[in-house]
Design a protein around this ligand. Structure first.
Ligand code: RUQ
Ligand code: CUA
Length: 637
């Protein structure tokens, strides 16, 4: 962002006035400092942000896009839920993608990578609720594929973790169930009858098309968060788990009995190879590896009680696990881990899976405070951990540590900035790449606790922007969103160039029409097909005749080739609203069940005569009206 010299003074006055009026200040920073810090997030009217913030919309089923540093919400990308604003979930193609579901629970967006750097092609997001993964294309910021429900997998929470060259999206099941899905067993027999699963979702390197590659069967632990390796840990992936107690009820008590749960350490390249060598067995159409029978694929490492995030640093050497019920993060040294695996430094096994000796792989437990969840990195040797219970972001120094620091790891804890409140995820720009941008960190807080204007009991989530470029962290801005951001990704705006218009020559829809002569309404039996053009400020044709009992299919092409010239097609009393971007063709189908004259109109304000952009669907009684013309006849006007 370029800072504009004229605006900061006015803004400073506004902010200072606002702050003195608000009374309670929970930050330790003085009003003057807060005002100065806030200027760092100011993007003047007409200026643009430097970064995209893609944050998951949780159970809204959407992805929100904001700008950094302004934190302004710029757009919403609907993924698993219908969104009338863009017509998503109303046209046939997006309806088909969404399948039987009208919601999803988006948790962890993952940008596609090449050589462990963002390549600006796709954004993958997982659906915790219905076991799916979706691909958003960054060329047009739209959802292009939803894969799932993934077989043999229940609760796709521990994803979307992208491998170094986007070969796979790795996923872990949150819930265990009897497998294959559809088999029923008594939850009392949980330990014996239930299983968890790790999945490798293959990504076509050219198109991004996803397919289920292979799966690894696991004991019925609840897999939690994870990350993929890079550099020395290339080809590996890591997840934490909870409920290694294998409890099935009163989970709050029964799943928190042991002092340590297990992290899964997975050699995904070995898994891929084992499948190629025929070492997998098929279940529900997917090759499944039983790691107790195929060694070298899965290992367990004990980790402090009920851990959560497990994040690999940019060098690929350090893997840090948070411990929800521990006052420390655990730093695992990947090189030591590899040595321990090679030398078989194990503490026996768990159901045939080697349990790596904790002391052999842990570099240290850093006393970051209470409730550490997730850790991010700036690429300069510092780690930032979100503290759910303490409500802050804690900055600390990654190894290598001096002897003095090793003796007292309190010495590597460098700074804390209060957050408001109960931070879940945090994201540092580019943290999961080999070359983080650093500079910005966004804390995604679970509770906003009324720091905003009162909107009743349904409180928004809050996100806070923290400047991490200096020695001390600075809180610079606060923003609110609908429920509910979990993880996010930050991408430099200059790294992508999305289209603003779909070029006509790229429209391969066989039902696209580009001039008036190609438009019209045809009938075959009770199938009525309308091909319609939308252009400022008219639908052509602007009348469609049909009868009760007809199946009406409407293909509408927005023939505009101008930026921002978007048209919608809202049909009254038929629950239809499709929206066509410039150069796009959309199709909807509706069964006509009631006679009458139903107006349709353009729902997206497009021009001075937008209001006039309307027409009629005339639904005659069965056997009546001009639409009773013989099959193939054209009722074009
Ligand atoms: S989880 S607050 Cu769904 Cu990402 Cu950690
Ligand atoms: Cu077209 Cu409004």
């Amino acid at each position: 962002m370029k800072t504009k010299s004229n605006y900061p003074i006015a803004l400073a006055i506004i902010i200072a006035a606002g702050l003195t009026g608000c009374g309670k200040q929970s930050s330790s920073t003085s009003t003057g400092d807060r005002t100065a810090n806030a200027l760092a997030s100011f993007v003047a009217p007409g200026e643009k942000d430097e970064y995209y913030l893609f944050y998951s919309g949780g159970h809204s089923g959407q992805v929100f896009v904001a700008g950094i540093p302004s934190m302004r919400h710029i757009t919403t990308i609907p993924v698993f839920a219908p969104y009338p604003a863009t017509g998503y979930g109303f046209d046939e193609e997006s309806k088909k993608m969404m399948g039987d579901y009208t919601w999803g629970d988006v948790h962890h967006p993952g940008l596609s990578q090449t050589a462990s750097k963002y390549d600006g092609r796709w954004l993958f997001v997982n659906d915790n609720a219905n076991n799916r993964i979706a691909r958003i294309d960054l060329r047009d910021f739209k959802t292009h594929q939803i894969l799932g429900p993934i077989p043999n997998s229940m609760g796709n929470h521990g994803s979307s973790f992208i491998t170094e060259n986007s070969e796979y999206i790795l996923c872990a099941s949150r819930f265990s169930v009897p497998l294959p899905k559809g088999r029923v067993a008594d939850p009392k027999d949980y330990a014996k009858e239930f299983n968890g699963m790790l999945s490798g979702i293959k990504v076509d390197p050219k198109t991004g098309e996803m397919s289920v590659g292979w799966q690894i069967l696991t004991p019925p632990f609840d897999w939690d968060l994870g990350s993929t390796g890079k550099g020395p840990s290339s080809g590996w992936a890591f997840w934490t788990s909870y409920n290694t107690e294998m409890a099935h009820d009163v989970m709050e008590v029964n799943s928190t009995q042991k002092d340590r749960d297990f992290a899964a350490v997975v050699n995904w390249r070995a898994a891929e190879q084992a499948v190629a060598q025929g070492k997998a067995e098929m279940m529900d159409g997917v090759p499944i590896i039983d790691p107790a029978k195929v060694p070298g694929i899965l290992y367990f490492v004990p980790i402090g009680k009920s851990p959560h995030g497990m994040d690999t640093d940019p060098s690929g050497k350090w893997v840090v696990a948070g411990g929800k019920l521990q006052p420390a993060t655990t730093v695992i040294n990947f090189e030591k881990l590899q040595t321990a695996i090679n030398n078989k430094t194990f503490d026996g096994d768990v159901r045939g899976i080697p349990l790596v000796k904790y002391e052999a792989v842990v570099e240290g437990e850093v006393p970051v405070g209470l409730g550490p969840l997730h850790t991010q990195y700036d690429g300069k040797g510092f780690a930032y951990t979100s503290m759910f219970i303490d409500s802050n972001i804690t900055k600390w120094k990654l190894p290598p540590w001096t002897d003095e620091e090793k003796k007292d790891l309190n010495k590597v804890v460098l700074d804390k900035v209060p957050t408001h409140f109960s931070t879940g995820h945090l994201v540092v720009a580019g943290s999961d790449t080999v070359q983080p941008y650093g500079k910005w960190c966004v804390a995604m807080n679970k509770l906003s606790a009324g720091r905003h204007i009162n909107v009743g009991p349904s409180q928004p989530e809050s996100s806070q922007l923290i400047d991490i470029s200096g020695e001390k962290m600075k809180m610079v801005a606060e923003a609110y969103t609908e429920p509910e951001p979990h993880f996010a990704q930050i991408l430099k705006v200059s790294e992508i160039a999305p289209v603003e218009v779909y070029p006509k020559e790229e429209n391969k829809d066989p039902n696209a029409v580009w001039d008036k002569a190609q438009t019209g309404v045809t009938r075959s039996g009770n199938q009525v097909v309308a091909k319609v053009i939308a252009i400022r400020s008219r639908f052509n044709p602007d009348r469609i005749d049909a009868q009760v009992g007809d199946e009406l299919t409407v293909h509408i092409t927005n023939v505009e080739q101008t930026r921002d010239m978007i048209h919608g097609f809202g049909l009254l009393e038929h629950n239809v609203n499709v929206v066509m971007d410039p150069g796009e063709t959309k199709t909807f189908q509706v069964k006509l069940t009631k006679p009458g004259v139903f107006p349709f109109y353009c729902t997206n304000f497009c021009s001075a005569l937008h209001q006039e952009m309307q027409g009629y669907l005339v639904v005659w009684k069965a056997g009546e009206g001009p639409a009773s013309a013989p099959a193939g006849a054209t009722a074009q006007r």
